[in-house]
Design a binder for this molecule. Structure first.
Ligand code: FMN
Length: 185
C-alpha cells in the first residue's frame, strides 16, 4: 500500500514536516509512506501553461498522486486557511484528476490551541470538491511546540493518534479496494 505524504510548509524547522516524518516512521511495511520532496518546486498555477506546456514537476506530482493508494496531507494554518503552497499544488492537481476517489487523511500542527482546525476544514472542502475521499478521521495537534522538539514528535499520545490515523487511512484504502473487487494488502 503506497501512501503519498504532502506537507504545506516549506520551513526547515516546520512542525508539520516533523509530523509527516513521524507518520513515515509509524507506517510499517507492507505499507509505505513516501514524502513528496517539496511543493516549492511547482510554479504558480497558470491555466495557459497547463494547456500549452505542462511543467515536468507538475507531471511528476500528478504521476506520484496517481500511483499512490492514498494521501496524507499535513497543513499549517496561515491566516485561518491552508498555505498558499498547498493550495497551489491542489490547483495543479484539479486538471489531472488523479486525486478523484483517492482516500485522503488530513493533519495539522499549530502552536495555537485551535490546532489548525480552520486549515483542515478549508482543505477538506477543497479536496471534496476535487472528488477526493477525505476520511472522517483527522488529526489536530494544538500547542504543537510542546509536542514537537528538534524536528521530532516527542509527545507519545500524539504519536499514538498519528499511528491510529494511518491505520484509519489504510482501512479506507482496503474498503475502497474491496468495493472495487481488488485485493487489499
Ligand atoms: C503568516 C502567518 C499566519 C499565521 N496564521 C495562523 C493562523 O491563522 N492560525 C494558527 O493557528 N497559526 C497561525 N500561524 C502560526 C503557524 O501555525 C506557525 O507559524 C506554525 O509553526 C506554521 O507551521 P510550520 O511549523 O509547519 O511551518 C501563522 C503564522 C504565520 C507566519
Amino acid at each position: 500500500m503506497k501512501i503519498l505524504g504532502l506537507c504545506g510548509s516549506l520551513r526547515s524547522g516546520s512542525l508539520n514536516a516533523a509530523v509527516l516524518r513521524a507518520a513515515a516512521e509509524l507506517t510499517p511495511p507492507p505499507r509505505e509512506l513516501a514524502v513528496d520532496p517539496g511543493l516549492d518546486r511547482l510554479p504558480f498555477f497558470n491555466a495557459d501553461v497547463e494547456q500549452t506546456a505542462l511543467p515536468e514537476v507538475v507531471a511528476e506530482l500528478r504521476a506520484a498522486v496517481g500511483a499512490a493508494d492514498a494521501l496524507l496531507i499535513v497543513t499549517p494554518e496561515y491566516a485561518h486557511g491552508t498555505s498558499g503552497v498547498l493550495k497551489n499544488a491542489l490547483e495543479w492537481l484539479v486538471g489531472g484528476g488523479e486525486i478523484a476517489a483517492k482516500p485522503v487523511a488530513l493533519a495539522s500542527a499549530s502552536p495555537a490551541i485551535t490546532g489548525g482546525d480552520r486549515a483542515r476544514a478549508w482543505l477538506a472542502e477543497t479536496l471534496t470538491v476535487m472528488g477526493a475521499q477525505v476520511i472522517p478521521q483527522d488529526l489536530r495537534i494544538p500547542q504543537a511546540t510542546l509536542k514537537i522538539a528538534d524536528g521530532r514528535v516527542t509527545d507519545e499520545p500524539t504519536r499514538e493518534a498519528l499511528a491510529a490515523l494511518m491505520d484509519d487511512l489504510a482501512h479506507a484504502v482496503a474498503e475502497a479496494r474491496e468495493a472495487s473487487g481488488t485485493f487489499a494488502s
